[in-house]
Design a protein. Structure first.
Length: 218
């Protein structure tokens, strides 16, 4: 197993700087990580640096992040602009409020419309599993699959005191979407090699983490 090929080296902190983003890219290139995941404001900056290197990690960004509080027109505009700037994959947060309201049609509509904007580019749906019950994780995974998403993802990493990616949540997600040929991205609180392996064994096909270097040392 080449664990580096699972890793999306991540920096979504509000205090990110040019220097930190450039260092993130260099680390991704040196370790041949699958990709980097950054905020939309840094897409153009990162793309320029990536294009100058021999190894080009996939450029991933986030929309409707982290609170899932934007209206659909805003989400679609964010997505369109991010792709135009050079993002290759989009991670969006599911409409948690409407999921809790059991307004599943609206949840599915938002994902479907976002995927239409993405076209051939992968769309990952962040479920924020720390805020969901087990049955809601399954329902949200099913909705994402039916809406045409390419991945379901555990967490934003922004829920205070949250567990982030857990083996239990990943297993539920994987079992729900495996027949759709979808991927599962585990993200949030992944800091060690042991954690990473356990999540992959549970069904994760991608790992979003800011601890990629530490995981590689493990």
């Amino acid at each position: 197993m080449k664990i580096n090929e699972y890793i999306e080296h991540t920096l979504l902190a509000p205090n990110a700087t040019n220097e930190k983003i450039e260092n993130l890219i260099k680390e991704a290139q040196n370790n041949k990580f699958f990709g980097i995941c950054i905020n939309p404001s840094y897409i153009k900056f990162a793309k320029n640096i990536i294009e100058q290197g021999e190894f080009k990690p996939t450029l991933v960004t986030v929309v409707n992040f982290p609170l899932a509080s934007n209206t659909l027109p805003v989400i679609l505009a964010q997505t369109e602009l991010a792709l135009a700037d050079g993002a290759q994959e989009i991670d969006t947060v599911v409409n948690i409020s409407e999921l809790k309201n059991k307004n599943y049609a609206q949840v599915e509509l938002e994902i479907k419309k976002t995927k239409e904007v993405c076209g051939k580019n992968n769309l990952k749906v962040i479920l924020e599993t720390d805020l969901l019950e087990k049955d809601e994780i399954k329902i949200a995974s099913e909705i994402s699959a039916n809406a045409g998403a390419n991945f379901v993802k555990t967490s934003t990493g922004f829920v205070k005191g949250g567990a982030g990616a857990t083996v239990e949540a990943v297993k539920i997600m994987y079992e729900t979407v495996k027949s759709y040929n979808m991927g599962v991205k585990a993200s949030g609180g992944i800091k060690t090699y042991t954690q990473a392996i356990a999540l992959i064994e549970a069904g994760a096909t991608r790992l979003g983490t800011s601890s990629g270097i530490e995981i590689m040392k493990g």
